[in-house]
Write a protein that binds this ligand. Structure first.
Ligand code: HEC
Length: 113
């Protein structure tokens, strides 16, 4: 009984911290990889709703990748290498957490920490 309680209690304590870490990692990736083209940064993130970001970032960010890879805009094709890389696939979940966290309808704005 005590063990179960400790287990449940630790999940309550750790889950928000884990999500925060993922959001932070996603934010890092966004700043490093996306803002050089999407210069408005945070304003750009809040142009979409959580649902829209979720859809774009579904299945390791497949749709977001194909928008860039298949774009006829030469500014976007410069990012093909990144969007085809395993580094992107690995970070897609974190990016997704970050993008949804600060989506138009999330009611949150990033703190500068
Ligand atoms: C090399 C430049 C470049 C990089 C890097 C880049 N993008 Fe883009 N992105 C573009 C361009 C240019 C378009 C417009 C493509 C088009 O309309 O064909 C675009 C389109 C988009 C769209 C669709 C726009 C819309 O209004 O629906 C989203 C969302 C997006 N990018 C998000 C991101 C995210 C998130 C990252 C980082 C993981 C990123 N982009 C990295 C250049 C870039």
């Amino acid at each position: 009984m005590n063990k179960l309680f400790a287990f449940v209690f630790s999940i309550f304590l750790l889950a928000p911290a884990a999500l925060e870490a993922a959001v932070y990692k996603g934010q890092n990736e966004f700043v490093k990889k996306c803002t050089k083209c999407h210069k408005s940064g945070q304003d750009f993130v809040s142009t979409k709703t959580q649902k829209e970001w979720k859809k774009l970032m579904n299945n390791k960010g497949e749709e977001l990748a194909s928008i860039h890879i298949n774009s006829t805009n030469s500014d976007a094709s410069a990012s093909s290498e990144y969007f085809e890389s395993s580094a992107y696939a690995k970070k897609a979940k974190h990016l997704s957490d970050f993008l949804e966290e600060y989506a138009k309808d999330s009611g949150r704005v990033p703190a500068c920490n």
